[in-house]
Write a protein that binds this ligand. Sequence first.
Ligand code: C5J
Length: 229
Amino acid sequence: MAAVIPADPAPFAFTPARSALVVIDMQRDFLEPGGFGESLGNDVSLLASAIGPCQAVLAAARAAGMLVIHTREGHRPDLSDAPPAKVERGPKGQRIGDPGPMGRILIRGEPGHDIIEALAPLPGEPVIDKPGKGAFYATELEPMLRHRGIEVLFVAGVTTEVCVHTTVREANDRGFRCLVIADACASYFPEFHATALRMISAQGGIFGWVSEAARVTAALHPHREGKAA
Ligand code: C5J
């Protein structure tokens, strides 16, 4: 049964069974002090606004029986999957792989690499570990979606103009229809957040659609598992 969400640039029609919620990189390394985000000079408190809306859409997607996928950005402990061009950013001693208050920065298995407790994946929800900005690059995300017949992605997470945007662009080129949930995304640069969202919905939705958590949850409500008409 199709549902419609008010969105920019036009109403967005979707079928929950063919849709997935993808929550991008809501990790301690980006949202908490002492991680990768702060090591690059950012005010990590700016990302907190996305947590409540992410919780709301996660609850609604789970209740509707939709596929929920989480991603984490990070690297192997030996850094063999981390390009030097990425590692050589930021102040020495606070770069990817360096020790920090939450373990080695942006390294898989370290406390900082974990998804924040408020948005912890439930058992059975796939978690994609990605070495890049985009969730499709060097990951199993695309076959995972194709095998389940997914055509639509609801995208939330951080940061809007970096990993969210890159993932939406990758998805768009692969033929997925993406709806970005504006208030469930955030950036260290509020002006980049606003512009990145405009870039998605401009030109007739060149990369996708943009809406808000309350609209998404309202559209999913009648589709709670077993209640969809
Ligand atoms: C960044 C991300 N900003 N998840 N990563 O480096 O957006």
